[in-house]
Design a protein around this ligand. Structure first.
Ligand SMILES: [Zn+2]
Length: 114
């Protein structure tokens, strides 16, 4: 069984990492928007503008991914507080500790993971 304090500590450490990544990605998106404005690029005809648009899209996708991960970690911390952390939401059995170590925000056991 995973100790509750261990689980919370691991989730908070992961959350700090994700928030850092999220902030960095948001800065990257802003930076690309800035340079696109400075270069006065035309997305359709200027190859540089098209590259910037693509880079902005990638950075925005990574930011969205970090945001989703942050939300999952916050939900997991709620489950720790509620005492339901580490229990599969499908079968109600404990999620193995090794799986929780690899994926602290997991809500399902290996068998019921999609
Ligand atoms: Zn299950």
């Amino acid at each position: 069984m995973t100790d509750r304090a261990d689980a919370e500590g691991r989730l908070r450490a992961r959350l700090a990492e994700v928030e850092e990544r999220l902030a960095a990605q948001r800065r990257a998106v802003d930076g690309i928007v800035e340079s696109a404005r400075d270069s006065n690029a035309d997305d359709e005809h200027d190859p540089e503008g098209a590259t910037l648009a693509w880079e902005r899209q990638q950075a925005a996708a990574l930011a969205a991914e970090a945001e989703r991960e942050r939300d999952q970690l916050l939900a997991a911390l709620d489950r720790v507080a509620a005492g339901t952390y580490g229990v599969c939401e499908v079968c109600g059995r404990p999620i193995p500790a090794a799986r929780l170590e690899a994926r602290p925000a997991a809500t399902r056991c290996v068998e019921h993971a999609r």
